[in-house]
Design a protein. Structure first.
Length: 307
């Protein structure tokens, strides 16, 4: 056999995504390049690694065993690279972070200078929904998670990064603001919610429930960007985190509707499992956050104080 590390990497990604197209996207390769590498790798085995039924790619039992071994080999090679850098006095390793979807507006600013100052560190950041973030945290698959609500079902430690403000927003032509300023208001316009399990949805539901509003029409979308575009287009109203609305508010595409009990104020928190034995990279990052978070807030997020 004469397979390469590149072929191992390609096959592992194909086995994880169950798709040549997705593997190509994640590896930043063309689909033909992935197909060629997969074929060259398969040609070295008499037993099929994958099979296509209909239009769906499946990994065979033998393929799953090879994928597991490939993952171990690639991990050991990665360790060699990191140890080489560490021997040269360079902080190295992988920093694994899981971020709730709205956190994509926050987390990059708390990572950029740290990563730019430590070229030996690789970032593995997954931006996903809250349930998957909590699952990754519970299974100890990540060093840190970014959430706006602490998970009550897991014993964690946390570091507060910044405030999270949620406002009721509409597009610039939607309706008279005063209609929503009364505790007895009857909302007869569509409200746009995030999916079940989203912290933003939970805050929105709690707010309208406590105010006793009657919800006549409710829509559900699965990302903050989708909700924002729906509000801009005039489909309805939503309670949204301020952090993702800066440009739209400045351009006048969105407006904040004054309403009693708003904004809802929580905090963006970096969390990790209580008692977790941190890698040198994770420990260094936590120290960086504790020292620099105030400066980052002043430089990047001072505009939030205007609302």
């Amino acid at each position: 056999m004469n397979y390469t590390f590149h072929q191992l990497k390609v096959f592992l990604k194909v086995s994880q995504t169950k798709s040549i197209t997705k593997a190509a996207n994640e590896l930043h390769l063309t689909q033909p390049a992935v197909s060629i590498q997969l074929k060259n790798f398969q040609d070295q085995f008499e037993i099929p690694l994958t099979e296509v039924i209909g239009r769906q790619l499946y990994v065979t039992d033998f393929g799953k065993e090879i994928a597991s071994t490939a993952e171990q080999i690639l991990s050991e090679v990665e360790k060699i690279n990191f140890k080489t850098l560490a021997y040269k006095g360079i902080l190295s390793g992988v920093l694994k972070v899981s971020v709730v979807s709205t956190g994509k507006y926050v987390m990059p600013y708390f990572l950029s200078d740290f990563l730019n100052s430590n070229n030996g560190i690789e970032l593995d950041m997954d931006v996903t929904n809250k349930s998957k973030v909590i699952k990754a945290l519970r299974n100890n698959e990540v060093d840190f998670a970014l959430v706006s609500n602490l998970p009550g079902e897991i014993n964690v430690e946390s570091e507060t990064l910044m405030q999270n403000k949620l406002f009721l927003v509409s597009n610039k032509q939607y309706l008279n603001d005063s209609k929503l300023s009364s505790n007895d208001a009857l909302i007869d316009v569509p409200l746009i919610y995030r999916e079940e399990g989203s912290a933003t949805r939970l805050h929105m539901e709690n707010y309208f429930s406590k105010k006793g509003y009657i919800i006549k029409s409710k829509l559900q979308l699965t990302s903050n960007e989708a909700v924002k575009q729906a509000v801009i287009s005039g489909i309805g109203l939503s309670i949204m985190p301020l952090i993702g609305l800066k440009n739209e508010l400045e351009k006048g595409d969105l407006k904040i509707i004054p309403a009693k009990g708003l904004p809802i104020v929580t905090n963006w928190k970096l969390v990790w499992l209580k008692g977790k034995k941190m890698s040198p990279v994770a420990a260094a990052y936590l120290e960086y956050i504790r020292q620099q978070k105030t400066v980052i807030n002043e430089n990047q997020f001072s505009w939030i104080n205007n609302y």
